[in-house]
Design a protein around this ligand. Structure first.
Ligand SMILES: Cc1cc2nc3c(=O)[nH]c(=O)nc-3n(C[C@H](O)[C@H](O)[C@H](O)COP(=O)(O)O)c2cc1C
Length: 217
């Protein structure tokens, strides 16, 4: 267990890609304990309709990585290459570094000792905003708590959604009933190389917070 106070934990839990240690196995009870902590997150009416799939079979992870990479290709083909600025044309500090890190994960995902696929019950493609917000809100908080729990144990993950371009393909690989469950993302899990992480760039609060009335000027 790392000696991090709440402020340190909240400001240094990152999407880790280049500093995932793919050579070190992870004991299942440790991941089960992190999930137990994560499941304290709120979920609508406390229905607990989520399912959590952790894959630690290397052959299956290799197949998962192939799907992830093919889906990334789909995504890049759709958006074009982002060079020097992000896909939306915005200037994000460190964006080129993020791109290199994304590429690194693509090249190395097959070596991850474990991968988490959280599943929410139902499909919301055709649902209204209430149903979408309630459904995603009933699992995403637990996924982030899982990240915090991993970090507290010297482990890390990267939030990824790229594979969802090929969600059905992954469902078939992992025997997930596609019409009954929605995949939230794909989360490689590994010990981190070193445990010192820094707060990241975010827009300052004064640029994104308004009081009493909406005003984004
Ligand atoms: C909804 C969401 C989807 C993301 N999808 C991917 C992805 O498919 N592949 C990837 O390498 N990173 C993905 N990321 C990771 C972000 O690129 C990462 O959070 C960003 O580099 C900032 O890192 P930081 O949170 O450590 O500051 C995603 C993050 C979020 C929140």
């Amino acid at each position: 267990m790392l000696d991090l106070n709440a402020r340190e934990l909240l400001t240094t839990t990152r999407s880790v890609r280049k500093r995932l240690d793919f050579s070190k196995p992870i004991a299942r009870p440790l991941l089960e304990d992190c999930l137990e902590l994560a499941l304290q997150a709120p979920n609508g009416s406390n229905m607990n309709t989520w399912q959590w799939l952790i894959i630690d079979d290397p052959t299956t992870i290799t197949s998962i990585a192939s799907i992830y990479n093919a889906a990334m290709d789909d995504y890049v083909a759709l958006l074009g290459d982002a060079v020097g600025e992000n896909y939306m044309g915005a200037d994000i500090p460190g964006f080129n570094k993020i791109n290199q890190s994304v590429d690194y994960l693509r090249e190395n995902l097959a070596k991850a000792p474990a991968v988490l696929i959280p599943l929410m019950s139902g499909r919301v493609e055709n649902a209204g905003v209430f149903m979408q917000a309630s459904s995603y809100g009933s699992i995403i908080q637990a996924v982030w708590s899982f990240f915090l729990a991993l970090r507290s144990q010297g482990l890390g993950s990267a939030w990824t959604t790229a594979h969802l371009w090929r969600e059905q393909e992954l469902a078939e690989l992992l025997d997930i009933p596609f019409d009954q469950y929605t995949q939230i993302g794909l989360f490689p899990i590994a010990y981190t190389i070193g445990t010192d992480f820094k707060p990241a760039y975010r827009k300052p609060v004064k640029e994104v917070l308004c009081w009493n009335h909406f005003n984004n000027s």
